[in-house]
Design a protein around this ligand. Structure first.
Ligand SMILES: [Zn+2]
Length: 510
């Protein structure tokens, strides 16, 4: 017997006792006090009963493929114009509803998306559906073969909060909002399960400690201790400068009869690449979804099924084994190998999941104020010299003019502090943290280790995009991700973010 039926029974029996049997001899005052206590008990039980969670879920795909001729961002130099669509780009939505509240997770095929685009999408969703904007997690995958949705051509100078959204940004925001609304309309009674497996063979730390005396210049006239992408088989390699996180997470959502509705995966791999310069592609993120869908299709009706791969904490992780041997692959070949492998691992892992229909959902959202890093007077002076004599100066580092421009922009156009979105979601015993930076694997591993939830993963490039987020220890080593202009916030940023996200997890866990 559940709590409510028990108190109902108790209520009826006691009423009978009070008013029919022993009741008449009783002091009327005590009789009414007992009655009052019982009514409160019954009311409390009824409320507890209404807190039962009954899952509903819906998923959708919104096409966000850009027009041809847009500049493809993701590399240094002038963005090449898009001439060929290898595969369509999507905003993929998963909406969950526990009967008390709804959450939405949207994974978008783009390099990085500015907060302004995501905020606009959130606003549209809230206006149309009433869904709390704090309960909506929006993230980019980090495909390097998309046009900019961060508002500028140079992908790494995307901080332009004062500028109105351009045509593509507006389009992406509206497609995200439509996608969430469609997922809401699609909602049906559902069950959910999650788990993880280790897939270590496709993740490598791309920052390396180099031999004493090796030339590791930076674009500010100094030398670093760590080098990004040092080249396969470089004789000066000593060891990777940090760990990898080989955990592949998957959250599987099915209709009550077992028909697949959606799958949200999470893996800490920056991207794979191997895409011709003028091609639009969703990279391995999209290929993963294709392979996963095919695997599910083999034994189930998959109409309407949406598989999505979110990026974990992969700011310092890529797919290149620098110990060698070097691999020769044709376009898209490596991406297909990785996507297939990861999809098979997720499929195999998700077969043994236990599904639940009564999970509690939750969301906590806050803003964290971070200091913006500014150049020193010496850095500024050098930058001005580089830019004043671009031809005459023998460049110490080939990216010197690029970084000279960036640090002057940071000095002149950036505020001293910025507010970034910190978001955590709860799905039963699973905690999801969202970070608006290209986050290092160390940070993801720390959040997972210290999380009060049984299972935890982290989605990066969520709710905005502000460049790389090395840990304070990695800042000491230098290297591309730590350079001012690649990284833009204070060196303690990752520690402050980790602290805040863990506080939010603990708040949800109460
Ligand atoms: Zn990148």
């Amino acid at each position: 017997m559940d709590c409510l039926s028990f108190t109902n029974q108790l209520f009826l029996n006691t009423m009978k006792t009070l008013f029919c049997n022993a009741g008449p001899g009783m002091n009327p005052k005590s009789r009414y006090i007992i009655l009052l206590i019982l009514m409160v008990l019954q009311f409390t039980a009824a409320r507890a009963q209404s807190k039962q969670y009954v899952l509903q879920a819906g998923a959708s795909l919104s096409n966000i493929t850009p027009f041809l001729e847009g500049g493809i961002v993701g590399n240094f130099g002038v963005p090449p114009q898009a001439k060929y669509i290898h595969d369509e780009l999507f905003a993929k939505s998963l909406v969950l509803d526990d009967g008390q509240q709804q959450i939405a997770i949207v994974i978008v095929d783009n390099l990085q998306i500015s907060r302004e685009v995501f905020d606009y999408a959130r606003q549209l969703i809230q206006e149309k559906t009433g869904m709390k904007k704090e309960n909506i997690l929006l993230a980019a995958t980090h495909t390097h073969s998309s046009v900019s949705a961060s508002g500028v051509d140079d992908q790494r100078m995307n901080f332009n909060y004062a500028r109105p959204l351009d045509e593509y940004q507006t389009f992406v925001a509206k497609r995200i909002a439509d996608g969430v609304r469609r997922a809401i309309y699609q909602k049906e009674p559902a069950k959910i399960g999650w788990g993880s497996v280790q897939v270590p063979q496709h993740v490598f730390n791309r920052r390396w400690i180099m031999k004493e005396g090796a030339d590791v210049p930076n674009p500010f006239g100094g030398q670093d201790k760590a080098r990004m992408n040092p080249g396969v088989g470089n004789p000066d390699l000593v060891r990777p400068a940090g760990p990898t996180d080989p955990e592949l997470y998957f959250v599987s959502v099915q209709a009550l009869d077992g028909r697949p509705i959606g799958l949200l995966a999470n893996y800490s791999l920056h991207y794979v690449g191997g895409v011709p310069a003028d091609h639009i592609s969703s990279d391995y993120f999209g290929a993963f979804a294709g392979y996963f869908t095919k695997l599910v299709e083999a034994d189930k009706n998959v109409a309407g099924f949406v598989a999505m791969m979110s990026n974990g904490t992969s700011g310092n992780i890529n797919n290149i084994n620098f110990r060698g041997p070097a691999e020769k692959m044709s376009s898209y070949q490596k991406m297909q190998i990785v996507a297939k492998d990861v999809a098979e691992a997720a499929y195999k892992g998700s077969k043994g999941l236990t599904y639940k229909t009564d999970v509690k959902l939750g969301a906590v959202y806050s803003e964290l104020n971070l200091e913006v890093r500014k150049p020193t007077p010496a850095m500024l002076a050098r930058a001005k010299e580089v830019l004043a004599n671009p031809d005459k100066m023998k460049h110490y580092h080939q990216q010197e003019p690029t970084y000279a421009k960036r640090i002057i922009q940071i000095q002149e156009n950036w505020p001293d502090k910025i507010d970034v979105v910190m978001q955590t979601l709860q799905i039963g015993d699973l905690g999801i943290a969202a970070i608006p930076f290209e986050t290092f694997a160390e940070t993801g591993l720390e959040i997972k280790a210290k999380s009060p939830f049984k299972s935890t993963f982290v989605i990066e490039l969520a709710n905005g995009s502000y460049g790389y987020l090395p840990t304070p220890e990695q800042h000491e080593l230098g290297g591309y991700e730590t350079w001012l202009g690649t990284n833009r916030v204070e060196k303690q940023g990752s520690a402050k973010i980790t602290k805040r996200l863990l506080e939010q997890f603990n708040q949800m866990k109460k």
